[in-house]
Structure formats: structure tokens, C-alpha cells
Design a protein. Structure first.
Lengths: 834, 556
């Protein structure tokens, strides 16, 4: 038997094909017994079948607050009302536990039976996808065929089936809308619906529900409490009647035709009976309706010729009152009061049509965008309509094949945006991540499959390795070829142990993250072989010279024979990339990330020691520069002696003997957290050393922050560095045909903002305390400042095809925390920039 | 911090610290305990293993002491780590004047345990039948079913009755066709039948004099060899044997206990199988005892080695063989039953309290005021009962319905039945702490026209060996009644002196004792009712009448 349910009001109603309406008023539950030591009895659950099953042990402070000072000694707790559970579910509080309790409550009143076919449960508009998923799963534990249906749609379906609705729709024009004011929902809801003839059955008028992603609505108790105060105005203990053991009797009486009824209340353990007269117009409640509807933040309001469907027991209690107030509020609209069983009946009809595969209504999906290469691409359009139960699937091959896993990544991620955003400052987009089994030496193309289903849960993205490889890691640490990522309502960034994660990406982040770089030594065995030849050569074995030359030629695809011969053989260690191919990241043989490769490590150590021990010819400046440069190429792998040498130079606070050594702190230091402190100290105290070397220290400062995650950033140090920079820049020599000093200065300012990564300093340069420093920096960067109008470095092309604006504005946006996702994606390759 | 031993539960209100009284021994049947005041939770946490504290107020805790076990291997003493005492205090049970299990109170105890088990089984059997582990049943309905289920059979329901119904057929089948296995053993075998020899046989062969097999075989022409012999001496059959032995003992004890209560028949008549004189239930159990005797003397079970200790780990056959599974399940129940009985025996006052609770709920269920039923029943609760007792308690906390609200000339009278924990919660906001009296149950009446709260504290008592002497019992009754009246007065005085409290009145104090026969003694405001743990109609009627008159007086 197909049955429709209206579970979220003050009464749980359900209706089957025989049109029998069943009602359980104010469904209340008795929590399971808890032992004195706090342990729970395994053989007990919440009792929902008896509205009077209470005990005093479960009294909670929340409940005392809810019912005021007149709480009776035998009462329920906050969680023992299905009505409050729905409110909690809508507010996304402990979704899974709450959904389980609701499912138990439903089961207690409607036990599973063999005759049951399709069941449809009406849910509020504001119920998020996580809650829908949870509720659906819990319901499916008890029943076979279950669907969820939006309450306003159920009300409209019920109205359409009545002759009135059909006539109205046939006689109205396309701009007319149906508004549903649902006073029984978990939060008063006012929803705009349209309609059109269904594609499969032109005779069927299908309601069309626009996507509602905003968390709008007002607390249910605003309306209920106002009405309660009017109905039981003379009774100080009236709040007891909301969720105490008499609640169901009171609700039944309120919905009945009786003019008078009795209620039982308790004061100081003394129960007494009070007669209540029912005919009290809810004047104040309706007068406050405009205020109640205001939090709904409606973009449009009912127009003339629109129809307003009103549903809820309060409307049935005082029909004239609600009609009058709505007529005054929205003149020219038609107001139709729907019966109290409209939701249950509409749901029943939906269940029946679903069971018979007949069309029902159209739902509109949320708009989704996905970040590919350098811009957002439309995944699901804003007005994408789907039928309930029919998911939308991604069919655009350009998007499906746009992804790959790059080499040396331990995680695959993609950026998804759902519009409109409720909280762009925190959750502008989501980064969906999947852990990889191991770091890959080759790029793996991926295929993306996406499904989005209305009223059914979250958007799901399945990422498959296109070449039958198994790059991903499963929960049980096995290699798998595909992984499903879910755009859930709530991001699960806290679950660090999970192999898949969803992280919120704010609209404005205000800093760029550190980007350690992996050396090419780990790319393929040929590069290790090259290093081996290099080691042989450095040990004096010249027999393999030609082989080494050929190996370098193969490796350095960007270099001409002339440049190769000039720097042979140790020029092979230099960074290269963007000249050869704008999409080729600039990297050297070594990087700032060390991977577990024993052979490579041994060879690297040998070459680093060789470079430290040889080539430093005292008195020859160019030779010293070359010696230092070659040591710098070793990056993280440079010999400890060389690192100590650089640290010693920094601590002396005198100009560096060569420009290459001035650059060295950016290349080789950063593996110890205090390295930045040392560099800043040097820069501040020595005023950036020599005039010609200042730009090297700016570069070193930025590289140390960019390439190393271990660096500890102290805001005071950074402030003193920036102040020193501001003081120094007017007198600095910034002449350079490629604008390198200016770029370096901007980079150092940009990465100084990395301080904001820590939560306690996220207001760095944004607070009033820092306003002076911020103004000074912006004066330098914007308008006609020394650092203004600096072009983007060419290597940024790797991540952006069409550059707009300039690098100075780019940095200024970060300072002002006005950066965008595009900016951050653009900056995500700075780690491999020249 | 102070502490004191209390001999009776009501003594906590008369509570000045008295120090250790080792010479008096422990009389747990009376509800003896240790009262500790102003002690932190950590200090009392290690008082003794397995003792659960009863918090009477924010600053005082009371521990009721368990009695001795009826098992030979049960605890012989109680070790306490008292606050402010460096050494542990050992209270030997041999000094306690606890009653012997073999005497009448022991038999009475079986009936008490059987009754409560029957009450619990109503719920748990229903759950098993409907395959619904979380099935709830209304408390009022359960109590009604329990007290109206006496039928014509006076004998109480017990596990052995169920076993007597279900098991004989299964055991008969097992005894007739037991599971057998082929056992390898060594024996002297004639040369012409010799088939297999092993190392042992070879050693025996070598030790024999002579050079040829014929000579070594001797006059009888026999040599040691391996033979295979079918045997029923398996673990599963040993379990069947042990089950029959235990079931026979339990059945005979049940028959003896129930026949002793029956006014019509004696054990001898029963042995003659005279159907006119004994209950059907007892007859069936007696027949089962005799069947067990027959089984035990059958060739199958006589060939089985008896188990020295009960089998706790089943083998594959006991778990999976459909013929043995039923016996194994029944065997486990039977073993577990002994644990339950022992636990109830150690905490017999708590077990008795649970029975009194059930009786009081039955009184409330049928209560009227001026022949008018309650105008309002504020709550109906599901029954909260354990499958087996936890520290002697079958009912979980607060198993009461109510309150019942009676209307009398526009006055609404609310009648509550509370236990110790809940009465504290319910009246704390009014500044009253009836829980300080440490009574087991409380009738509380409040009205919209009276300002005072009327409370009747109810203590329960089983009584130790001294109560079996009629003359001593007379003195003890007076002593107890004086004690509870004094406790009530003390509490009233404390409440009256306290500021900001609602006025309270204690019109009556009740003590309900488990006894062989129905009796009542009154002294001042205190009353003692004695009744057997039997749900027979005449006993319940007596209790119901007395309680009704007490409650009507309370509500008038």
C-alpha cells in the first residue's frame, strides 16, 4: 500500500490509498534507562509508542529552559519530542543520531508491514543534504521503498489534484506563481513554486520547485509560542503543554471541533485541571506574521494574481485571521487554506505515482562549478531541472577528461563550487581530496563522473584512473582505481584519518600556502643515471664523459649546446623549465622535498660533498660565485657544512662575499624552523647588506617561506622585516631590465602574509593595529608607488592563459584580503617559478 | 568526614558517627550498611569491591552490605577499606546472624526469586517470540497480568517448570540414540582376529617370553592389539548426564518447597501420583524428577563419566547438533539460575523490596477514592525490568506510574509512589529531602488545597535468624517500630528547622517484612506488616485492604 507521511509538525500524520488519515498527536518519547554509573542498558531504546512514558531522571537543563519555571516533576527531556528533533535536524545538529531517533519514532507508530509498497515522507525545504541522506538511510532500515518529498510540493500536489488547483493553473499565465505558506514545517516556510506541463505527460501539471540553498527560515517556536500565549494566555504553566505528557491530548483538543476542553497542568508537583475555551482569535500571532516572514529574506514576494496556499493547524484554528492578514499583506492574491492532511495526502499521491512510474514534479538542482586549469567551468547550470529520483549526470567530455594526477603528488584534489554560497568567507568552494597510494613518477590521466540528485543527498564525484592504473588508496590501505568524493553539506576536514576529505575554500584567504618542490632526480631512473655519471665525473673518472654529455642533453631539453658546454657538467643541476615549455614547471635536479630513495640520496650526498669540498678558489670572485651557485643547486640536499657556512654568514651581519651566497639562504636554508628568524635578523640589522645584494635577500625571504613548510613564522619578525623593507626601498637600486628587484620585493611582501595561516594571526595587516603598516605597503604597491605596475612574471603563464591586471595589484589584493580563488590557483605554481 | 555502621536502613537519619562496632557483627538481612558523610567520591570509591553507593544527599552516601552466599565456595567475609582507616576492615560472615538457606526463609527465597523471574520473563519471552529485542510493554498491564495469573495452580512458576514441560522428549531421544564415537583402545585379541598393532602393543609383544608369535600368545593365543570400540562417553553426553543430575536436584527441591506450602497434600501423596491432591505444575515437575532418575540409570548415561565441574565451554556438537542444542541451552539456564538465586540470596532485602514494589503498584492500580477512579493518570510507563538481578535489584530505577490525580470536591489530590532516588529529585526544588530517611519507597500526596506535603516512608525488611524465635521477634518488632518512628521524627525536626522548605507531614510510617504468615503490628504512627512473598489472592487482599486504608487516610 502506498502511503504518504507528514512527520514534522505537532502531529505525525499518514494517509494511505484508502484515504484514511491516521494521526499521532505531539509524538513524544521516553529516553532509555541510564544506570547510576552512566552506562546504558543494551536492551533499551527510546520508547516512542506511549506519549505518557516519562521519568524524572531525564530532566535536562535545556528542558527547564524550554518550559520555564513551571516544569512538572514528571516530564520529558528536550530530545524526547519528535517536533524538536525535526528542528534539530534542520539546524544540522548531530544529524545521524537525530535521524535515527526520528526513524524510530516513525517506526513505533507505523511498524513495517508486508503490504507496504512505496512510502513518501515530506521534509522541510531547509533540510540539508546530509540530513536527507541520514534520514533516508535510517528509514530504509525499516521500510523497503522510501522517498523524500518537499513539503511545499506535497501541498501543491494535493491542491493540483483538487479541481481548484487544476482550474487555476489552466486559467493562469506563465508568470503566475503558487506560494506555499507552511506553518507546520520545522520553521515557518514560505516557498514560491511554478508549474509546467510535464514532458512525458502533457496532461499532467507538474510543480516546479526552484533550488533553495540558503539556510533561511525562522524558528518554529516564534509562531508557536505566540499562538500558545494567545490560546492559553491565562495559564502561567502553559509551556508545560508543549512537550509534556499532556501535549498530545492538548494538541488533539486544539485540532478537534470542541469549543471547550480541559487541560492538566502541574505546579510544585500538584496537578490540577483547567477548563479552556477554544474560540480565541490569534490576533497578535497574525499581526506579527510580517515580522515572522522577514527572516525568510525573500527576493520576490507574491504578486497580484498569484495564489497563496496556507497549511498548518494554526491556520485551521483561526482561518479568518490568517486570510485577513495575508490579504492585507499581499493584496490581489488569492488565498487558499489547505486541509490539515494536505501534506500527507500530497505525499500519498506522490508515492502512488512513483510506484506506477508516473510523472510527479520537477526539482531544480543547485548550480555547481568546477575549477579546470585556469577558470571555473559550469558543471550543473543554475536552472537544471530534474525529476525526483532521476539524477543528473555529467556528459561534457571536456570536463570529464580535464583532470590528471601530476607527478610527485601524494593527494589528488579538485575544487568544486556550489552556488549560491551561504558563507563565502568560510565556504566559498570546496576542495575535494583523495589520498594516493604512492607518489607517482608519471602523470595519470583521470576520468570524472558526476551525479547530482535532488532531494536525495549530496553531489557525488567519481574519479577513475583512465589507464587502468590504481593510484588511489582505500580505507583499508589498498590500491584502488577509482574514488568517490562527495560534496557534503558539511565539510569533513576534521577527519584526518579519512582517505578522502572535503575542505572548505574561503572566497578570500589572504595568503598563499607553502609549496615544497620535488627535484627531477625522482622523476625517472634516467635522471638517477645522470647523477651517477656526474658523480663518476666528479671523482675524476673521465671515461664516461661523452655518455654524461648525452645524458645532460637528453635531460636539459631547454638548453642549447653552447649553454651546456659553458656550464658542463654541473650546470646540469640548475633549475629549468619554463623556457622549454610554459606548462613545464621550473625545477632542478634537486628540490626542497626529500623522498625515500636510497640510491638517489647516496649519490646526492656524494655530489653535495664534492661541490662543498671543491671549486672554492679563494680570491677569485667569479669562481666563488660559481662554487656557491653549484652548492645552491643542491637545495635541501646541500651539505651540512655549506648550510652552516651560510648561517654563519647571516649571523655576522656583514655583506656576503658573493651574490650567489647572498641567494643561498633562499635555496638551501629553511629545514630548521629558526632559519627565517636568522635571515630577518640579518636583513633588519644590516639593512639588507650590500645595495646590490638586497634583491637577493628579498628573494631568499620569499623562497624560504614558499619552499618550506617547517618554517615558523613569527609575526613580530615579519613586521620588523616589512618595516625594514619599507624604509629601504626608496633608497634601493631597483634598476633592472626585467624588473627583478621589484618582483622580488613584491614576492617577499606576498609571502610575508603567510603569517595569516595561523588562526590567531589571521587578521595580520587587517586590524587597526596594523593599519599604518598596511597603508605604507599599499602606498608602495598601488597607484604610483615604487612597486606599482609590475608585470606578472612570465612563468605564471603555466597556470593562467589570459593574464589580467598586474603583479602589483595581485599582491595588493592579498594584502587587503581581497584575493580570489583564481588568484590563489595562479599563485599555486610559484614554487616552481624562476 | 564521618562514618558509621547502621544495622537498619532508617538509622542513617539518626546518624551521629558511632565508629566501628565489630562485636555486633553484620546482619545484612536487616539492611545493614555503612553511612558516610562529607566524603569525596574518590574516598568512597574504593570502599569495597562490588558495592554500589546510594547517594542520600549531596554530602552523605550509604552502602548496603551484601549477606553471605549459600554456596560453599562463596565469599566468607567482607573486606572494607573504610575512610580514615589505614588497614582494611574484615567483617567475617560467620559472625552474622544470617538465616540458613536450608531453613524456611531459604524456601521462601526460591518463591520470591521465581516470582520476580516470572515478572521479568513476561517481557523477555514476548520479545523472543516476536523477534523484537526492543519491545516495550506497559508497566500497569504487566503488574496486572502478574497478579492475575495465579490460575488454579498455587505453585509458583519457575525455570524447572518450563524445563519439565519442554525437555523430557529431547532427553529421551538422546538417551536412546546418543551420539557415539569409535574409541581406539588396547586389548588382548586372539591371534586370528588381530588386525592392528601399534608401538605399545609391540613393546608388550617384545616383553613376552618366547621366540614366535604363537609362543608369545600363550595358552589363550592372545596378544595386545589396537581395537576400535563404540562409546557414548563424549562431552555432549556428559553434559546431558550433568543436566539430568542438576535438573533432578532442582526438581526435587521445587517439589519439596511447593508441597510444604500446600495445605492439602504431602510429599508422600504426591509420590503416589494422586491427581486430586496436588497442583498440575508440581506433578509435572515431580514426574520430570523421576524421569531424570530413569535417564541417569539408563545404560547410556551410566556409561558416561560424570563431570566434576560444570561444563562452560561447549563443543561443536553442543552448539550445532540440533538434538543437543536444546539441552545445552537448558543446561546453561540451569547453571545460571544458581547464580541468580545466590545473588538474590546475598541481596535478599533488595529482592524483597522489588516484590513489595510490585505489590504496591498493584494496590495503586486498583485504587479509588470515594469509589471514584482517578480523574487523571499523569503518566504510563513501560516496564523496566532486568532479565536477571543486578546486585539484587530486578527493577530498574523509577518503575512507577503516576501520579494518580483524584478529584474530591474541587480539590485535586496527586498521589505519587517514589523510590529513594526519585523522591529526592522530585522534591529538591521545594527544599524537601525525604530521601534522607533512606526509606525504600515513599507514598507522597499533595493537593491543590493543602499547603503541606504528606509523606509515608516505607521500609522493607527480611529479618535475620533472631526473628525466627517468636519471643525475640516480638521484641524486635517493637524495637523496629520505635526506630522508624524516631527516624521520622528526626527527619521532621530537621525539615521544620530548615528555612525555605515546604511544610511536610508524616502521618504514617510503614515497615513491611517478609514472614511466614500474615501479621500486623501498630505502634504510634508506625505500622509493621508481615506477609509471605506470595501472590496468592488472600495475601494480596490483606495487603491491598491495609494499604488502601492507609492511602485513603493519607488523602482525606
Amino acid at each position: 500500500m502506498n502511503t504518504g507521511f507528514d512527520p514534522s509538525g505537532r502531529a505525525f500524520r499518514w494517509q494511505d490509498e484508502t484515504n484514511n488519515l491516521n494521526t499521532a498527536y505531539a509524538v513524544l518519547g521516553c529516553p532509555p534507562y541510564v544506570n547510576p554509573d552512566g552506562s546504558k542498558d543494551q536492551d533499551e531504546i527510546m520508547t516512542w509508542s506511549d506519549p505518557k512514558a516519562f521519568r524524572p531522571q531525564v530532566c535536562t537543563k535545556q528542558f527547564q529552559v524550554a518550559v520555564g519555571d513551571h516544569a512538572p516533576p514528571v516530564y520529558t527531556a528536550e530530545l524526547t519530542s519528535i517536533e524538536i528533533l525535526w528542528s534539530n535536524l534542520v539546524k544540522a545538529k548531530e544529524v545521524w543520531g537525530t535521524a535515527s531517533l526520528i526513524a524510530n519514532a516513525i517506526k513505533a507508530h507505523y511498524p513495517p508491514h508486508i503490504d507496504q509498497q512505496h512510502l513518501a515522507f515530506a521534509i522541510p525545504n531547509r533540510l540539508n543534504e546530509d540530513a536527507q541522506d541520514a534520514l533516508l538511510r535510517e528509514l530504509k532500515n525499516n521500510y523497503r521503498e522510501v522517498s523524500l518529498l518537499w513539503r511545499p510540493v506535497a501541498i501543491m500536489l494535493d491542491w493540483l489534484v483538487s479541481g481548484d488547483g487544476r482550474c487555476f493553473c489552466n486559467a493562469s499565465n506563465d508568470n503566475t506563481a503558487v506560494w506555499v505558506l507552511d506553518l507546520d514545517s520545522a520553521g515557518t516556510e514560505f516557498t514560491r513554486l511554478t508549474w509546467r506541463n510535464h514532458e512525458k505527460d502533457p496532461n499532467w501539471i507538474a510543480p516546479v520547485r526552484a533550488c533553495i540553498t540558503e539556510n533561511r527560515g525562522n524558528p518554529r517556536y516564534t509562531v508557536l509560542n505566540a499562538a500558545w500565549s494567545e490560546i492559553f494566555g491565562e495559564i502561567p504553566e502553559r509551556n508545560q503543554l508543549l512537550h509534556c505528557q499532556t501535549a498530545s491530548e492538548v494538541q488533539q483538543s486544539l485540532e478537534s471541533d470542541l469549543n471547550k476542553f480541559n487541560i492538566w497542568v502541574s505546579t510544585n508537583n500538584r496537578w490540577k485541571r483547567i477548563p479552556v475555551e477554544k474560540h480565541t482569535p490569534l490576533q497578535n500571532t497574525w499581526q506579527n506574521l510580517p515580522q515572522l516572514l522577514r527572516p525568510l529574506r525573500l527576493n520576490t514576494s507574491p504578486q497580484t494574481d498569484d495564489v497563496i496556499l496556507v497549511h498548518g493547524w494554526l491556520a485551521c484554528y483561526d482561518p479568518q485571521g490568517i486570510k485577513t492578514i495575508l490579504s492585507e499583506l499581499y493584496p490581489g492574491t488569492e488565498i487558499r487554506l489547505r486541509k490539515i492532511n494536505a501534506v500527507a495526502q500530497g505525499s500519498q499521491m506522490f508515492a502512488e505515482r512513483r510506484c506506477n512510474n508516473l510523472p510527479t514534479y520537477y526539482d531544480t538542482l543547485a548550480e555547481y562549478k568546477i575549477w579546470t586549469d585556469d577558470n571555473w567551468k559550469q558543471l550543473v547550470s543554475a536552472n537544471q531541472e530534474v525529476e525526483p529520483g532521476n539524477p543528473w549526470r555529467l556528459s561534457d567530455d571536456n570536463i570529464r577528461n580535464a583532470f590528471c594526477i601530476n607527478r610527485h603528488r601524494d593527494v589528488f584534489s579538485m575544487l568544486i563550487q556550489r552556488l549560491p554560497c551561504d558563507d563565502p568567507e568560510y565556504d566559498f568552494a570546496r576542495r575535494l581530496q583523495a589520498g594516493l597510494f604512492t607518489q607517482l613518477s608519471d602523470e595519470i590521466p583521470l576520468r570524472l563522473e558526476a551525479t547530482v540528485e535532488a532531494a536525495r543527498g549530496n553531489a557525488k564525484f567519481t574519479v577513475l584512473a583512465a589507464d587502468n592504473s590504481r593510484p588511489f588508496v582505500s580505507e583499508d590501505k589498498k590500491e584502488i582505481g577509482s574514488v568517490t568524493l562527495t560534496y557534503a553539506f558539511a565539510p569533513d576536514e576534521e577527519k584526518h584519518n579519512k582517505k578522502t576529505a572535503t575542505k572548505p575554500e574561503p572566497k578570500h584567504k589572504g595568503y598563499l600556502e607553502a609549496q615544497p618542490v620535488t627535484g627531477r632526480i625522482y622523476d625517472n631512473p634516467e635522471n638517477v643515471e645522470l647523477l651517477k655519471l656526474l658523480v663518476q665525473y666528479s671523482n675524476g673518472d673521465k671515461s664516461q664523459t661523452s655518455a654524461l654529455q648525452n645524458a645532460i642533453k637528453r635531460y636539459r631539453i631547454d638548453s642549447t649546446p653552447a649553454t651546456l658546454s659553458k656550464t658542463f657538467p654541473f650546470g646540469a643541476l640548475d633549475r629549468w623549465g619554463w623556457k622549454a615549455n610554459p606548462h613545464q614547471p621550473t625545477r632542478g635536479l634537486f628540490g626542497t622535498r626529500v623522498l625515500p630513495d636510497r640510491k638517489a640520496s647516496e649519490l646526492t650526498e656524494t655530489i653535495a660533498n664534492h661541490l662543498w669540498n671543491n671549486g672554492n678558489i679563494p680570491g677569485q670572485q667569479s669562481a666563488r660565485n660559481l662554487w656557491s651557485k653549484l652548492n645552491n643547486y643542491c637545495h635541501e640536499h646541500a651539505s651540512q657544512a655549506y648550510k652552516t657556512h651560510i648561517r654563519t654568514l647571516l649571523s655576522r651581519q656583514q655583506p656576503f662575499p658573493s651574490w650567489a651566497e647572498a641567494n643561498a639562504s633562499g635555496y638551501v636554508l629553511g629545514d630548521q624552523p629558526q632559519d627565517l628568524e636568522l635571515l630577518v635578523d640579518y636583513c633588519v640589522k644590516s639593512k639588507f647588506g650590500d645595495t646590490q645584494q638586497a634583491k637577493m635577500f628579498w628573494w631568499s625571504f620569499f623562497r624560504m617561506l614558499c619552499w618550506h613548510t617547517e618554517i615558523v613564522v613569527d609575526p613580530d619578525s615579519v613586521i620588523s622585516y616589512l618595516q625594514a623593507l619599507i624604509r629601504y626601498l626608496p633608497e634601493a637600486d631597483l634598476t633592472d631590465s626585467f624588473n627583478v628587484p621589484r618582483k622580488n620585493a613584491l614576492f617577499s611582501i606576498l609571502f610575508a602574509l603567510h603569517v595569516r595561516e595561523k588562526k590567531e594571526y589571521k587578521g595580520f595587516l587587517l586590524t587597526n593595529e596594523d593599519s599604518h603598516l598596511r597603508t605604507q605597503l599599499l602606498t608602495l604597491i598601488e597607484f604610483n608607488g615604487i612597486l606599482s605596475n609590475v608585470k606578472f612574471p612570465k612563468t605564471m603563464l603555466a597556470n593562467m592563459n589570459q593574464l589580467t591586471g598586474n603583479f602589483s595589484d595581485f599582491v595588493a589584493r592579498f594584502i587587503k584580503k581581497e584575493d580570489t580563488v583564481e588568484d590563489r590557483e595562479l599563485g599555486s605554481s610559484i614554487g616552481t617559478m624562476q | 568526614m564521618s562514618w558509621a555502621f547502621t544495622e537498619y536502613p532508617w538509622q542513617v537519619i539518626l546518624s551521629p558517627a558511632r565508629g566501628v562496632t565489630p562485636d555486633r557483627g553484620v546482619r545484612p538481612d536487616n539492611g545493614a550498611g555503612i553511612w558516610i558523610c562529607d566524603a569525596s567520591e574518590e574516598e568512597v570509591a574504593h570502599l569495597a569491591v562490588g558495592l554500589t553507593p546510594t547517594r542520600l544527599s549531596d554530602s552523605s552516601v550509604w552502602f548496603e552490605l551484601p549477606g553471605p552466599s549459600f554456596r560453599a565456595d562463596g565469599p566468607q567475609d567482607l573486606t572494607l577499606r573504610l575512610p580514615m582507616q589505614e588497614a582494611t576492615t574484615i567483617l567475617p560472615y560467620k559472625d552474622a546472624q544470617s538465616t540458613s538457606y536450608e531453613e524456611w526463609p531459604g524456601k521462601f527465597h526460591s518463591m520470591l526469586t521465581n516470582n520476580l523471574q516470572e515478572l521479568a520473563d513476561n517481557l523477555y519471552k514476548k520479545r523472543a517470540e516476536l523477534y523484537d529485542l526492543f519491545l516495550e510493554q506497559p508497566l500497569t498491564q504487566q503488574i496486572k497480568n502478574f497478579f492475575s495469573s495465579q490460575d488454579e495452580d498455587f505453585a509458583s512458576r519457575a525455570l524447572i517448570c518450563d524445563l519439565a514441560e519442554d525437555l523430557p522428549g529431547s532427553i529421551q531421544e538422546l538417551v536412546e540414540r546418543p551420539r557415539r564415537l569409535l574409541q581406539r583402545k588396547h586389548a588382548q585379541v586372539r591371534l586370528d582376529r588381530l588386525q592392528e598393532i601399534d608401538l605399545t602393543s609391540l613393546i608388550d609383544y617384545a616383553r613376552r617370553p618366547g621366540h614366535t608369535a604363537a609362543i608369545k600368545a600363550g595358552d589363550r593365543q592372545q596378544l595386545m592389539a589396537v581395537i576400535r570400540e563404540e562409546t557414548a562417553d563424549t562431552l555432549e553426553n556428559r553434559v546431558v548426564h550433568d543436566f539430568c543430575r542438576r535438573a533432578r536436584t532442582a526438581a526435587m527441591a521445587y517439589v519439596a518447597e511447593e508441597c510444604a506450602r500446600c495445605k492439602k497434600c504431602t510429599g508422600e501423596l504426591l509420590r503416589n501420583n494422586d491427581e486430586t491432591v496436588c497442583s498440575r505444575r508440581v506433578r509435572r515437575v515431580d514426574a520430570f524428577a523421576r524421569r531424570c532418575e530413569q535417564f541417569l540409570s539408563s545404560p547410556t548415561l551410566t556409561s558416561v563419566t560424570p563431570l566434576a565441574i560444570p561444563c562452560r565451554m561447549p563443543n561443536y556438537a553442543l552448539q550445532q547438533n540440533v538434538r543437543y542444542v536444546r539441552v545445552w541451552v537448558a543446561y546453561q539456564k540451569l547453571l545460571h539460575q544458581e547464580d541468580i538465586r545466590d545473588q538474590s540470596w546475598r541481596w535478599k532485602r533488595r529482592t524483597w523490596t522489588d516484590h513489595v514494589r510490585a505489590c504496591m503498584m498493584e494496590v495503586m492500580r486498583a485504587l479509588t477514592l470515594d469509589e471514584q477512579p482517578p480523574a487523571f493518570h499523569a503518566s504510563n510507563k513501560p516496564i523496566r525490568i532486568r532479565k536477571e538481578p543486578l546486585d539484587g535489584c530486578w527493577f530498574k530505577a523509577e518503575p512507577f506510574d503516576g501520579p494518580l490525580v483524584f478529584e474530591k470536591d474541587g480539590n485535586f489530590i496527586s498521589l505519587y509512589l517514589f523510590n529513594r532516588e526519585d523522591v529526592g529529585i522530585a522534591f529538591r526544588s521545594l527544599g524537601l529531602s525525604p530521601d534522607l530517611m533512606n526509606a525504600d519507597l515513599y507514598w507522597v500526596v499533595v493537593s491543590t488545597e493543602w499547603e503541606e506535603t504528606r509523606i509515608i516512608p516505607v521500609w522493607t525488611l527480611v529479618g535475620d535468624r533472631r526473628w525466627q524465635d517468636p519471643e525475640t521477634a516480638k521484641k524486635l518488632r517493637i524495637e523496629c517500630l520505635d526506630g522508624i518512628e524516631q527516624a521520622g521524627l528526626e527527619w521532621y525536626r530537621q525539615t521544620k528547622d530548615a528555612e525555605g522548605t515546604e511544610s511536610a507531614n508524616i502521618p504514617k510510617l510503614l515497615l513491611i517484612r517478609a514472614a511466614e504468615s500474615v501479621n500486623e503490628v501498630h505502634r504510634g504512627r508506625a505500622s509493621l506488616f508481615e506477609l509471605p512473598p506470595d501472590k496468592q489472592q488472600d495475601i494480596m487482599q490483606f495487603f491491598q485492604r491495609r494499604m488502601e486504608s492507609v492511602l485513603k487516610e493519607l488523602m482525606s
